[in-house]
Design a protein around this ligand. Sequence first.
Ligand code: NAP
Length: 483
Amino acid sequence: MVAHVPSFRQQAFINGEWVNADGRASFAVVNPATSETIGHAPDMGAAETRRAIAAAAAALPLWRRASVMARAQILRRMSQLMIEEQDRLARVMTIEQGKPLAEARIEIAYGASYFDWFAEESRRIYGDIIPGSQDRRLFVIRQPIGVVGAITPWNFPSAMLARKMATALAAGCTMVAKPAELTPFSALELADLAMRAGVPAGVFNVITTNAAAAVGEELTHNALVRKITFTGSTAIGRLLLKQASEHIQKCSMELGGNAPLIVFEDADLDRAVAGAVTAKFRNAGQVCIAANRLLAHVSIANAFAEKLAAACAALRVGNGLEDGVAIGPLISMAAVEKVERHIADAVARGARVLTGGARHALGGSFFQPTVLDNVSPDSLICHEETFGPVAPVMRFETEEEALNLANATPFGLASYFYSRDISRIFRVAEKLESGMVGVNETAISTAIAPFGGVKYSGLGREGSRFGLEDYLEKKYICLGGVE
Ligand code: NAP
């Protein structure tokens, strides 16, 4: 049975007001599980973005000087409201994005944890005193960077924005956010909660659009914006970095991944299978830190692949609002076609389909969870982010070979491995080229640790005290003439 769907905001949010696009243009948002239009969002462009930036700039002086206690209280209230409204917010997310309701609830709680964490961190933006010479005293203070432009993707429509918003507001910055065209409503709900939590007008603004390039250009070409924070594909990240160079805006880039998951011969196999299922099939594989390539030692590869295929075949596919559904639809038919291309290419290079391998009988963008065995490392699936429910298993013989395979990618967001050998654990963790490593664990993302990548996976970190640094400037003050 499909559960109740709540109402939600369908206007953009500028300077504390709910507004339409100048020409009242709007675009439809479609539920990927049913192909039904669930609502409309304003189709804004450069002019509205400019107004939102001006509002954020006007709100900055008061917000940056607000007492740390006042800011912390508002952020904590934001976290509480998210938890109080967890179920409603999760339903909005499921109908616009497709993920199972249970996953959507977890995402809301995860986003709330960032507000909670940064409510505390905002009270600890300490400075430094550096020993100087006899007649000088040297100080370093940390100040908010200023107005931040945030652009976020559709795969975690609430949490990807909550991570940025919580940190920016904690640092004393103000923000203009642009969510993905496919999933604008979860972002608008965050604006609604911000207003109710007491975030002053202009501090947080949301522009919705189906003309992302125009809004991105205004955010990067407007000198009032001092930082761009982006989560999305490496291609768009690269474009924004170029655009941001005009006004030398600071940039945080959370980009694509191609995570390896290595299962060594000394691993706890059942734990590895359970970890691989979470890392590969959560959000139907549409996760930047999804395990994109599974590498199993030859001695346990058959057992691992078979257990994984059995676990995968048990995952129920369906509308995310229905009880017991583990895999929702893919976001679009283009995503389905990419998955099919990856499977066909792997099979042409000798891979065997252990389970799944085709579109689901439900039709639309539903796809069967799939396990491929004996995948050749030169397959497309090993080099591109699949962003779908396909687990390709490769084999290796030595630790060195596993590391070479794992690092044979320009991406470096997350890596995972399973082993019970303590020397190997340190050796391999240190040699993997990624910003994050999960050892015997794939649920690694948390507000209290730095999330981010190396190589083509991005710049900067979100979460933890390190995340806050990315929204602060260090100012050195030299006081001379001290007798
Ligand atoms: P995307 O195409 O790069 O889109 C991301 C955001 O950028 C959307 O809001 C999109 O707007 C906007 N955008 C597109 N073209 C733009 C332009 N010319 N100027 C300014 N903004 C523009 O990525 P996606 O397909 O939505 O998301 C999937 C990607 O995100 C994957 O590569 C995934 O790995 C990555 N991701 C990374 C992380 C991380 O933390 N590292 C987390 C989640 C996802 P429209 O939607 O309106 O086009």
